[in-house]
Design a protein around this ligand. Structure first.
Ligand code: SAH
Length: 261
């Protein structure tokens, strides 16, 4: 477990970071530091931008806590496994949860796909991005998962990199230990993994048939019970990280460079 100071306030600031750089904070961030945390000029916080590691910074605003001066880099930028969560979007609270948990679990990208039984027609990408940032701030994660525009399942399949492995979490898959199934996948050479979770209504039969014809697809069972989609996402990321990702040593998945899609 890397050394992370979980007590120090951490802020994502989208600005280049280097020694002595001065960063302007937006109104919400200044309000959070000054009025919520009651920090004053001279107090320090941690900041990151998803590219330049983590920095200790001193609050330097004159009246309000609206400016930071960078002191030293405390962690260099790390990389995370090239693991994309491809999911049918859910309604508000469950989508918030799924996005936050995916970030905590180390997803490097979030790809909403619209399937036949997806019940949500409009997705608030800004809200998804805000959830990504909040989860990264809280968990000491330095890479921000990339939030992709929604695509239909057909578009996603047409555009996808066929070299990436596609772990298809199928509620109708014959029950088989997913740890054993994933451990048997050859490590190292694939450019990454897409993990597909369906909507609450499940996959339509023709979607399942199309999916099962795809290159590099692995049909994954998550046990004998039907899980809700947000639970399934966390369970699937757990088995993927434990077998192929950065819970496994050595990590079988290539790293995704910071900011990459
Ligand atoms: N309404 C469907 C269930 C959908 S659950 C039905 O009753 O059959 C939502 C999604 O979570 C599924 O599409 C699948 O991707 C995933 N999921 C849930 N339980 C699963 C299981 N036991 N194995 C694999 N995937 C599962």
């Amino acid at each position: 477990m890397p050394q992370t100071d979980f007590n120090a306030p951490r802020l994502f600031v989208d600005a280049p970071m280097s020694t002595a750089a001065v960063l302007e904070l937006d109104r919400d961030q200044a309000n959070y530091l000054g009025n919520v945390l009651r920090l004053a000029p001279g107090n320090t916080v941690l900041v990151f931008n998803g590219r330049d590691g983590e920095w200790q910074a001193s609050i330097s605003g004159r009246k309000r806590a609206d400016r930071l001066t960078l002191l030293t880099q405390v962690r260099s930028q790390d990389r995370q496994p090239d693991l994309h969560l491809v999911f049918a979007p859910l309604k508000h609270a469950r989508l918030d949860y799924m996005v936050q948990k995916a970030v905590e679990m180390g997803a490097s990208a979030l790809r909403p796909v619209m399937t036949r039984y997806t019940q949500v027609s409009r997705i608030n990408l800004e809200r998804m991005r805000a959830n990504v940032i909040e989860a990264a701030e809280q968990c000491g994660i330095l890479n921000l998962a990339v939030v992709h525009e929604p695509a239909t399942l057909a578009q996603y399949l047409a555009d996808r990199d066929q070299d990436r492995r596609l772990l298809f979490c199928d509620e109708h898959a014959p029950v088989e230990n997913p740890i054993a199934a994933l451990s048997a996948i050859a490590a190292g050479t694939s450019p990454g993994i897409d993990l597909l979770i369906g909507p609450e209504g499940g996959f339509a039969e023709e979607e399942r048939n199309t999916l099962l014809r795809q290159a590099k697809i692995y049909r994954l069972s998550l046990g004998p019970r039907i899980l809700r989609a947000d639970t399934a996402a966390v369970a699937a990321m757990t088995v993927a990280q434990a077998t192929l990702g950065d819970w496994a040593a050595p990590c079988a998945l290539p790293a995704q460079v910071a900011g990459g899609g």
